[in-house]
Ligand binder design. Structure first.
Ligand code: SAM
Ligand code: SF4
Length: 338
């Protein structure tokens, strides 16, 4: 594949090497903090086809993107998604792409784990907020814990490393903190805690009620474990510690209590081809339009991407400090991808 030069550098001298691509807004769960129960999804014709996704991601890779994370909605419910993974694996083979990975709720992992591993996926993030089957059903509304646990097992058996993503929810999983950490340590999985973010309109009162600061979570962990700060960074919002007692790595994604924007290396592509330069801002570039208007020529697509990167904002404006939800963006997490 031809490498375009120069690579993507934004106005704040951040190199954009990481693309998160949402391949569908649909999901087989309805997590309470992510979606309302009766979500309206986009008409299917609005979605990028698998061929368009391939073309667009390949252009990004030619522009220096080295890491591709597939997300959603639930990426594994998109029909034919393995065709897309297989297509992307050619960029791993050529060496242009260093990592191909996904974030999933795990419900379909048992079915796809072997194929994903064959496509070169080495790591997978699985979201799981509780190990209690009743609470799991309550928070996901439609999900089954057993299926997700079987999916995690299948992924591990297929040789992939699993990282658990847990949204910290006040009054919901506070009591499971140590159990979740111990479980991950026993199965050699990393775990990252995420603060609930003000995405989509599910009611501000409810949102403030869900918010459990990771400062507090961290302080509770420190009552039982020795937390050793590590300099590990992925260019994203996560900060890491190691537990001296178990050696395991714990991540914290704290968009609200700490600002993480200065080292941001990523952009997000929605399933309808909008490029979001920042998760926390409304602005986006319509790449689908450029793609469809130029079916044979990638040059205008390259220029549209460059123009969008030139407009990447410095950071987000989320703020809970006044006990109101400031800086909320109107789209739900499933449209932009987590
Ligand atoms: N369906 C997949 C999953 O659940 O992993 C991928 C998409 S999901 C939108 C990605 C991540 O975003 C999940 O870990 C989920 O818990 C998280 N998430 C969703 N809504 C959120 C919110 N309002 N605040 C913080 N994290 C959220
Ligand atoms: Fe679906 Fe993931 Fe949102 Fe839950 S967090 S509703 S699994 S997209």
């Amino acid at each position: 594949m031809r490498r375009e030069t120069p690579p993507l550098i934004d106005p704040f001298q951040r190199a954009i090497t990481y693309l998160r691509v949402s391949v569908t807004d649909r999901c087989d769960f309805r997590c309470a903090y992510c979606m309302s129960e009766n979500m309206t999804f986009l008409p299917k014709r609005e979605l990028l086809t698998l061929e368009e996704l391939d073309r667009l991601c390949s252009v990004f890779i030619s522009l220096g993107v080295e890491k591709l994370r597939v997300t959603g909605g639930e990426p594994l419910v998109r029909r034919g998604i393995m065709t897309f993974f297989r297509a992307m694996s050619r960029h791993l083979e050529s060496g242009a792409l260093r990592e191909l990975t996904l974030t999933t709720n795990g419900s379909q992992l048992a079915r796809f784990a072997d194929e994903l591993a064959e496509c070169g996926v080495k790591r997978v993030n699985v979201s799981l907020d509780t190990r209690d089957p009743d609470k799991f059903r309550q928070i996901t509304r439609w999900g089954s814990l057993d299926k997700v646990l079987a999916g995690i097992e299948a992924a591990r058996k297929a040789g992939m490393r699993v990282k658990i993503n847990t949204v910290a929810l006040k009054g919901f999983n506070e009591d499971e903190l140590f159990d979740l950490v111990r479980w991950c340590a026993e199965d050699d999985m990393d775990i990252t805690f995420i603060e609930v973010m003000p995405m989509g309109d599910i009611g501000n009162e409810q949102r403030l009620g869900q918010y459990w600061s990771l400062e507090d979570l961290r302080a509770r962990l420190a009552e039982r474990y020795t937390l050793v700060d590590t300099p590990e960074r992925t260019g994203g919002p996560a900060r890491y510690v190691r537990l001296a007692e178990t050696g395991q790595r714990i991540g914290f994604i704290t968009p609200l209590s700490h600002n993480f924007c200065e080292s941001c290396n990523r952009v997000r592509l929605t399933c309808i081809g909008e490029l979001h330069q920042c998760l926390g801002q409304e602005e986006a570039a319509d790449l689908r339009k450029v793609l469809r208007e130029n079916p044979e020529d990638d040059a205008p697509v390259v220029e549209a991407i460059r123009a969008a990167i030139r407009r990447k904002p410095k950071g987000h404006d989320f703020d809970y400090s006044r006990r109101t939800v400031a800086g909320r963006v109107s789209r739900h997490m499933n449209t932009t991808g987590g």
